[in-house]
Design a protein around this ligand. Structure first.
Ligand SMILES: [Zn+2]
Length: 320
């Protein structure tokens, strides 16, 4: 029987786990779980993991005196939001090329389905349930192995003409600079991501003829900077300078009220986030800086399923 509280499923598909949750129309999560995503197996195997998760969530909805009304999936790769399917392939999930996320789930469960890129979902989650709640114009960035991004304009995600937009990590900030795996040169993420900070540090140690540790990480660089090592401190400064350049460009174009920063590098803490803001203030145009907030993302690893639950609820309620 279709009755009781309407509930919404959010699934965050990653290279290791499928994290999933069910929540109400306000996006409050009532249950969450995760399963290995079987990302190196066949496309059908990955869909089977998704189907099992949705069955689990349907049962949870019934146990909470409600019904599952809609599903939303966050996935790596470029996603045709209108049709709910992958455009091409993604390196994170081996056989996910052109996966028809909406079609497969809809024909199995008869529920409305939406799918979006995981970086878009992160900024959407922060704008609905996290650090940017209530904000209309937001740039979201995840600083990690690369720089992922999402752009919220007037409260809605900006996806671009072919759903390939908002790739802030591939904004070119150095003319004919370092080659990037996207095919371009001088991309933001080649200079300001975690591996970039590590590279800056190793270059500085090499110049100073100091020994290079076996496994350099950003955590190590932050620790060594705190302990007073000048090269570590300088590597952070160089990275911050590039972050300032990239974000200042975005501030000048979009004039956001908030930049939300997540990912491993953001875990360095609030002091680091404050220094990113200072680096932006050095370079951006003054009118666009008025009231700008630069904050840490608060949803962390939950952002994917939290954003998907909110997206499913919003899209469903718009149509019903
Ligand atoms: Zn690139």
């Amino acid at each position: 029987m279709e009755s009781g509280t309407p509930f919404f499923a959010g699934l965050d598909l990653g290279g290791t786990f499928l994290k999933y949750a069910v929540g109400d129309a306000q996006g409050r999560i009532i249950y969450k779980n995760k399963k290995p995503s079987r990302a190196n197996e066949s496309q059908q195997d990955v869909f089977n993991v998704i189907f099992d998760a949705i069955t689990d969530l349907q049962e949870q909805a019934v146990n909470n005196s409600g019904t599952l009304k809609a599903v939303s999936v966050g996935s790596p790769g470029a996603i045709d939001f209108e049709h709910g399917r992958l455009i091409g392939a993604t390196p994170n999930i081996s056989n996910w090329e052109n996966a028809d996320i909406r079609g497969k789930i809809q024909s199995r469960f008869g529920l409305p389905v939406w799918a979006d890129n995981d970086a878009n979902i992160m900024v959407f989650a922060e704008s609905r349930q996290g650090a940017a709640k209530g904000c209309q114009n937001v740039i979201g960035a995840t600083l990690g192995t690369g720089i992922g991004g999402g752009i919220l304009i007037d409260g809605e995600l900006y996806r671009g003409t072919c759903y390939a937009g908002a790739e802030i990590g591939h904004m070119m900030i150095v003319h004919n600079g370092l080659a990037c795996n996207c095919g371009g040169y001088g991309c933001f993420e080649q200079y300001a991501s975690a591996p970039a900070m590590v590279r800056h540090y190793i270059n500085l140690l090499t110049e100073a003829k100091k020994p290079i540790p076996e496994a350099v990480s950003t955590v190590m660089i932050f620790h060594r900077a705190e302990a007073g090592e000048p090269e570590a401190d300088q590597a952070i400064d160089i990275t911050l300078d590039y972050l300032g350049t990239g974000f200042a460009g975005l501030v000048n174009i979009f004039n956001p009220e908030m930049i939300v920063i997540g990912g491993g590098v953001a875990d360095a803490g609030d002091a680091f986030i404050a220094r990113i803001k200072q680096a932006i203030e050095k370079k951006a145009m003054k009118p666009a800086l008025q009231g700008l907030k630069v904050v840490r993302a608060v949803l962390g690893n939950d952002a994917g399923f939290v954003g998907c639950v909110s997206l499913a609820a919003e899209m469903y309620l718009k149509q019903n």
